[in-house]
Design a protein around this ligand. Structure first.
Ligand SMILES: NC(=O)c1ccc[n+]([C@@H]2O[C@H](COP(=O)([O-])OP(=O)(O)OC[C@H]3O[C@@H](n4cnc5c(N)ncnc54)[C@H](OP(=O)(O)O)[C@@H]3O)[C@@H](O)[C@H]2O)c1
Length: 372
């Protein structure tokens, strides 16, 4: 993070920043870094938060809060219209919410000289194929290859939202940047986790662990042969900050719109290897007798992910290379080996969080993830 505000942003006025998803795994990690930024005094950070209790704790950290949901279109549009920068880190599939944010940012542009900035979180499921765990793939997506990304069919997961954002950028009333994390691993840490208002857990690995606990043995989609990229939560959050700093200090250095996709990855795994390692961690914890993954049935995919289609995303190939962020100076440090090495800790932390949740179900602020 640098003190790198460009001349155009070096006025005495604070930069209004709207954070959506401030208490989430990714959003909380990004907000923690913004609060530790050397230029934090220059930021007026507002978070839209669903829980009054969490909002109160955020206010104590110097964050302005508005209590509400992204489903409240009027509130969301107004908040977006008041922000120069919006971090969207709630739901990669919520087209209605994004359309509302875009309306708010357009209103801002139409009533001022500002060209606001939208930094949105998509996900590597957008790159997925139909492998259903039965084969790997040689297709590797490179975020410097704009045509390759533009050629993705609109029917790909998350892509309707991404397309709406890129279209808004083409119209010129905002500049858009879309971060595309691959499988994010690791337990989030930082001040928001410490005070119990941030979800510390990711989606996919905790989902496999919880499903493995429920069915007694870890699962996988098909034969687990497909390959995904992966990245640690700290590296993902650092990528958002590298992007943010570069947008403020040196905007011409960073592509936007259709040239503004930023993959987040620093390694790859097969789903079988990941499930097998989770199985071993469950066995070592005395929570399963057999470390060998077995195929999840359609009924199980529905039970653990909500639908067969959603579950099968964890049997796709989604291989990518984060060349754009690296060119901006992003330097991820955690590898696939770190992901595997962290699984025992992950199992332990999840089990403890489940026990704590059971003990004080109504008062706990901690969030137990579902598979996603
Ligand atoms: N984790 C991953 O591995 C991964 C990988 C790729 C992409 N992504 C994408 O990144 C995004 C964020 O993921 P995450 O892992 O950070 O999720 P998360 O931990 O569940 O966080 C979601 C955040 O959004 C908030 N939120 C949810 N619904 C809301 C609503 N209707 N109105 C206002 N706030 C709402 C939650 O607040 P509460 O505290 O009230 O729940 C929380 O702050 C998702 O779109 C996800 O698909 C995640």
């Amino acid at each position: 993070m640098g003190q790198l505000l460009s001349r155009s942003t070096q006025s005495t006025a604070q930069i209004p920043i709207l954070i959506l998803g401030a208490t989430g795994y990714i959003g909380g990690s990004v907000l923690s870094r913004l609060l530790a930024h050397p230029d934090v005094e220059r930021f007026e950070i507002t978070a839209l938060v669903r829980s009054a209790e969490k909002a109160e704790r955020l206010r104590e950290l110097g964050v302005k809060t508005v209590i509400g949901s992204t489903d409240d279109a009027e509130k969301l549009e107004t908040l977006a219209s008041q922000a120069h920068i919006v971090f969207s880190m709630v739901d990669a599939d919520d087209l209605a919410a994004i359309q509302t944010i875009l309306r708010g940012l357009k209103k801002r542009h139409d009533t001022s000289s500002d060209i606001p900035i939208l930094i949105h979180t998509s996900g590597a499921a957008v790159l997925g194929d139909q492998a259903k765990g039965l084969h790997d793939s040689d297709v590797i997506y490179d975020d410097t290859n704009f045509e390759q990304i533009e050629a993705l069919p609109p029917s790909q997961p998350h892509h309707d939202v991404d397309i709406a954002i890129v279209e808004a950028d083409k119209q010129g009333y905002l500049k858009s940047y879309i971060v595309v994390p691959s499988l994010v691993h690791g337990i989030a840490s930082g001040p928001l986790v410490d005070i119990g208002i941030q979800n510390p857990f990711s989606m996919q690995i905790p989902g496999f662990i919880l499903a493995g606990l429920d069915r007694g043995q870890v699962g996988m989609v098909g034969e687990g042969r497909a390959i995904w990229s992966n990245v640690h939560i700290d590296d993902v959050a650092n990528l958002f900050l590298v992007l943010f700093d570069t947008i403020l200090s040196n905007p011409e250095k960073v592509g936007h719109g259709s040239e503004g996709y930023f993959f987040a990855e620093n390694g790859e795994h097969t789903w079988y290897d990941l499930s097998k390692a989770i199985g071993e961690a469950l066995v070592q914890a005395g929570l399963s007798k057999d470390s060998e993954p077995t195929s999840l049935t359609d009924d199980e995919l529905i039970k653990y992910t909500g639908s067969v289609e959603r579950g099968e995303q964890m049997g796709t190939n989604a291989r990518c290379r984060a060349n754009k962020a690296r060119a901006l100076g992003w330097n991820p440090t955690k590898t696939s080996q770190d992901m595997f090495d962290g699984l025992n800790l992950q199992v332990d932390a999840l089990v403890k969080a489940m026990q704590a949740k059971q003990q004080k179900a109504s008062t706990s602020l901690h969030h137990i993830p579902e598979i996603d």
